[in-house]
Design a protein. Sequence first.
Length: 421
Amino acid sequence: MDHFLYRDGALYAEDVAISEIAAAVGTPFYVYSTATLLRHFHLFDDALDGMEHLVCYAMKANSNQAVLQTLAQAGAGMDVVSGGEYRRARAAGVPGERIVFSGVGKTRDEIRLALEGGIRQFNVESEPEMAILDAVAQELGVVAPITVRVNPDVDAKTHAKIATGKSENKFGIPIARAREVYAMAAAMPGLDVIGIDVHIGSQLTDLAPFEQAYLKVAELTETLRADGHRITRLDLGGGLGIPYERSNADPPLPSDYGALVQRTLGHLGCEIEIEPGRLIAGNAGLMVSEVIYVKSGEGRDFLILDGAMNDLIRPAMYEAYHDIIPVIEPAPGVAPEPIDIVGPVCESGDTFAKQRNMPPLVAGDLVAFRSAGAYGAVMSSEYNSRPLIPEVLVKEDQFAVIRARPTFDEMINRDTIPEWL
Ligand code: LLP
């Protein structure tokens, strides 16, 4: 459920008309709903009720400072994957003890930054990373709390580019080698081994792969405890999918997921951490764009928008489906017609949807891409020298620009001309 609904035939974000935001900030833009962000965070938080837990929002999904503060104020921790994200989390007021550091390629500088600034734990992904973390911690005279990310070799049944839990993926250490790696870690004076981490992929629409992975983690917990390790925390990653295609989707709810966690791991008495990104931010955001032209082609028509693949890359990159709806609700009985929906970028890949059934639209009409709050603005670029589009946050009847569109001068002046030119 989200808070983007038609009222009297016009699309609203909470109590603000989308057309009012468009008139104020220009198109294209992203708009996020505070109520939806908070609703999704609380769904997870409530789903883990009864177990000691922390929901660490995977801020890679949407790392705007205002989004982070909204969630942090509700009690969320953060899952970060770079020094930049660590700095953003701290700037949003998140204390180090609520920040988890994930990622396969943490640099010495990033490790130092987090050890000096405070960290809940590092999710270590390889032996060489473990050695560097141990060395940096010893240099600083501190002990780094760690989990080891294990790769359970489970097929997450999602798009190949976002599956991470198969042995062929670069993530984690093979679960079969876990005992050996935990023994190595326990012998390192700069490390304090506190738990196990697993994350098998993103946009999972079935609970079965989670269940397979978590049963393996449960077994590993018992084995490692028998080996003498103090396993008190399980980080279960993110990955729960959202209904991109409303007409034919029914993904599991956070409450189903919470029940699965209870069932597979509850008896171990560990503190549970989860790292959802998409399910918190995805349906809390729209990308709004204006129709520039309606073009007739050979056997098909094109709706050419002012938004493009640089603004929302998911369709081009993952063949992702986004619902695209008109901002003015079509009158009942208007027959939809198939049309290709494209952006102005000079690549055929700049196609949002092919032969999508849409009500008749004309230049100047607004459309909204649903489920664009996660992996939307954060993955955008200025390709074709198109400025990064603004982000707007709505709360009830208020809205505010939370990242402004850069001016063309700002964009051009980021470049510098060498002396010899
Ligand atoms: N934890 C770790 C270690 C991750 O790598 C990820 C996502 C998450 C948590 C959050 O997963 P979520 O709950 O959002 O599924 N750009 C792609 C998605 C990439 C996901 C990368 N890792 C997309 O637009 O579909």
